[in-house]
Design a protein around this ligand. Structure first.
Ligand SMILES: C[S@@+](CC[C@H](N)C(=O)[O-])C[C@H]1O[C@@H](n2cnc3c(N)ncnc32)[C@H](O)[C@@H]1O
Length: 256
């Protein structure tokens, strides 16, 4: 049976305030069909009724669509290179303004907060960390992680920045207090300005090419000249100069 995706996209826009138009179509539709089947629905009309009635079905849909996988210091080699670049940048800009876009559980923003603390680098304000998903933002604000989420955190960082309580790792307040979480939709919402670092990793892969290109331009416009844009390990920008960016190393770009 052919599923009525046009109906469903309109429905999610009107009822959940989520615009799915910018996401890669085939990939998204495969995910919707699969999560719909899990919920025991046969048509998208039926599925939308279930989402409306049952908060658990709604949450499962949101989790599935937004794909929250993340890690501290994700892709460690690349993150180490990013740490070096942060140090170079902080010599030029002693009080940096930093944004972790599509931050999921906050692991990426907190990784930067640990790096800042370790090297005594300063920021002009708290690190801004944003995501479209309210539920994940609540988790991020808590700053509590399970053992399997800590695999990239060194023993030294674990001891310095976390407290272990009943098998979970709680971030210490000096790190937690240096990150401010806010809801932000990369496709629909306005971007701030004057950033020295923007990290946006592992989310543009889900967007259509034209949306991705628009985002790269907007990120570039949000950076000060000399500022850095850090992408995911599968998100190399092939012609960075088109957006006023210059490749510094794999997945790290400088605003010209
Ligand atoms: C795979 S995670 C990436 C997390 C982190 N940046 C990393 O690389 O580890 C993708 C995140 O993008 C968020 N996301 C999806 N669509 C978004 C949108 N339109 N605006 C903002 N965030 C979005 C999801 O909620 C999810 O937390």
């Amino acid at each position: 049976m052919k599923l009525n995706y046009d109906y469903f996209y309109d429905w999610t826009k009107a009822n959940l305030n989520i615009n799915l138009d910018g996401y890669k179509e085939k990939q998204l539709q495969r995910r919707i069909a699969s999560v719909m089947k899990n919920a025991g629905a046969v048509t998208l009309e039926d599925y939308s009724r279930k989402i409306q009635k049952d908060p658990a079905v709604k949450q499962q849909f949101l989790d599935y669509i937004t794909i929250n996988v993340t890690d501290f210091f994700r892709n460690q080699d690349i993150f180490e290179e990013f740490e070096k670049q942060m140090l170079v940048l902080s010599a030029e800009f002693p009080a940096m303004k930093i944004w972790s876009a599509a931050c999921s559980t906050g692991a990426e923003a907190y990784s930067m907060a640990m790096i800042l603390d370790k090297h005594k680098m300063r920021t002009s304000d708290k690190i801004l960390a944003t995501d479209i998903d309210d539920t994940i933002l609540k988790r991020a604000k808590l700053g509590v992680y399970k053992t399997h989420e800590m695999k990239n955190v060194s023993a030294t960082d674990r001891n310095s920045y976390f407290e272990e309580k009943e098998g979970n790792y709680h971030l210490k307040s000096n790190i937690k207090n240096n990150v401010q979480f806010k809801k932000h939709d990369l496709i629909a919402d306005k971007f701030g300005k004057g950033f020295h670092i923007i990290v946006c990793r592992n989310v543009t892969i889900y967007f259509k090419n034209e949306v991705k290109e628009e985002l790269y331009q907007k990120f570039s416009d949000s950076l000060v000249p000399g500022g850095l844009f850090f992408t995911g390990a599968t998100e190399a920008i092939y012609s960075p100069e088109v957006y006023g960016l210059k490749k510094v190393s794999a997945f790290i770009y400088e605003k010209m």
